[in-house]
Write a protein that binds this ligand. Structure first.
Ligand SMILES: [Zn+2]
Length: 221
């Protein structure tokens, strides 16, 4: 005889698949969901399915977005000559929270990790190179030296700096080195955010002040 509900067990199984949720927490969440008003449970289920169905990748920066291109790539108030390279969309959120970065982003979708079978080809590195190369137009002949921004006929601005903001761990270091090497021939300044971040720490969980300082103290590769 089943002492507990198989339906509840199935819910606990699903919840326990989520990161950081053990079976104990999953059971607590399931009990909470059972007590929620039906309409709230429907809203929760709808939000999950909507997120899966509607959210897509920006075709320029690979951040998650409802509309392609994403609001950052679309904005005319961002400095299009600087691109900050991050591992995951959650890192974009962390950097946006600082309010200090006015450039554009490029989300790699992970880091190089041979043990997990993730090589450069599994990440959006090729697309980053294409972005940098694609932005290198013919120098504007009427530039006045001080303000030497290269502007294409289609309004695209030359990328002058690529900031690497990978997490400070072995995979992050490996990925930064690789991306730095691959961008080296293209005449773009490649910098890496300062090590104000705790080694082995996660960008996503760094407080805004630490992240701002790390961004400010970036150095050449
Ligand atoms: Zn974008």
């Amino acid at each position: 005889m089943h002492l507990t509900s198989q339906t509840v067990d199935a819910l606990v199984d699903q919840l326990a698949k989520l990161p950081t949720i053990g079976r104990k927490t999953a059971a607590r969440l399931a009990a909470f969901i059972l007590k929620m008003p039906r309409e709230e449970v429907v809203e929760l289920a709808k939000a999950l399915v909507d997120a899966k169905d509607r959210v897509k990748e920006c075709s320029i920066c690979f951040n998650v977005t409802d509309n392609d291109p994403c609001p950052v790539c679309e904005s005319d108030r961002r400095d299009r000559s600087i691109v900050c390279v991050v591992e995951e969309p959650s890192d974009v959120l962390a950097l946006e929270r600082t309010g200090d970065f006015r450039g554009l982003y490029h989300v790699l979708g992970g880091v190089i990790s041979p043990l997990d079978g993730i090589g450069p080809d599994e990440l959006h590195i090729r697309e980053l190179v294409a972005r940098v190369v694609g932005s290198q137009g013919i120098q504007d002949p009427i530039q006045d030296g001080a303000k030497s921004e290269t502007i294409h006929s289609d309004g695209q601005v030359q990328i002058r700096e690529v900031i690497l903001a990978m997490n400070p761990n072995v995979e992050g270091d490996t990925t930064s080195y690789y991306v730095g090497q691959i961008l080296a021939p293209f005449g773009v300044s490649v910098t890496r955010i300062a090590r104000g971040l705790p080694i082995g720490g996660d960008l996503e969980f760094a407080d805004e002040a630490t992240l701002s300082r790390a961004l400010e103290g970036r150095s050449g590769m």
